[in-house]
Design a protein around this ligand. Sequence first.
Ligand SMILES: *Cc1c(COP(=O)(O)O)cnc(C)c1O
Length: 363
Amino acid sequence: MPAVCLCRSDQWGDWRWQLRSRLRTKEQLGAIIDLTPEEEHALSHPCFVVGITPYFASLMDRADPNCPIRRQVIPLAAEALGQGVTMADPLNEDGLSPVPRLIHRYPDRVVILATETCHTYCRHCTRRRRVGMAERGLTRAELEGVTAYIANHPEIRDVLISGGDPLTLANCQLERILARIRAIPHVEIVRIGTRAPVTNPYRITPDLTAMLRKYHPLWINVQFNHPKEITEESARACTALVDAGIPLGNQTVLLRGINDSTTVQKQLVHELLKLRIRPYYLYQCDLAEGIDHFRTPVARGIEIIENLRGHTSGLAVPTFVIDAPGGGGKIPVSPQYVVSQTPEKVVLRTYEGKIVEYPEPRL
Ligand SMILES: *Cc1c(COP(=O)(O)O)cnc(C)c1O
């Protein structure tokens, strides 16, 4: 296969061209960055699914193997290591799936897996057991099954469309799903989880935003992991979504060597707020097989939150969560501000470490 050259094709700004032209091989990637022997070796591994849009690839540093963009998308040999504590399905999503392509873990909300395709495959993917393997979308029969399940469960008021990346679907395919979900009276809000603004910002077209705004109240969560991902193009995509009345949240995965410092996280959340994106979750890396080398000590996440809370806008501070191994849901993990608690008073510590007392009401 000829190496795809990153000279700006006249189709560069066409999201379908970006998707079609994903860089997938050692030869294609070796033409644009100086691969290390370890990266070359990993790119020859038959089981690693690699795919990077030319746009996202253009953000990689040619010479620096520690480039935070590069480390999110170019595999390392460590992905093949079988680690004792890791699991193919760490959140037991398959066990919580009453019908194919639907995950029902919480009482009032469900996730739909709309496709297995992504614009760009993240090395840290928690659903790597299935994402990218078949690149198959939801079939008509599966959509019927998912819709019937939600319609038969009046307690479901919030539906998350995830994948893969639902924005790899054509507008008409995505609209078919949105229209069916919206037609169910007890569904109050719909959310879409996508990395398109980050990895293929050209996907956010006027046609897309015009279609999406018919399905309000609609929320979108994106995944920016590093300030280097904030570019003119990704900023334009996010602005178009917010201007269509869609509130944006961001879910960052804490990744060793990529974004596991206060400096990087603070810069990231400040850039997000400038784009009207609310930092939502900071995720402790899951126990998925092949991503052990990205894990950080839990104390690192707590320390980052400690260094943000009070020191900067409350709006900038995400909730640090660990998704419970085995499928119990997301657990917030916070710095401890309560020093002691009696029926008379609570002793607290401020963000600067000052001790204060709050007297309890007399009951
Ligand atoms: C993360 C997640 C949700 C949504 O959780 P929120 O805390 O409401 O954002 C719902 N279902 C599953 C299976 C999830 O993993």
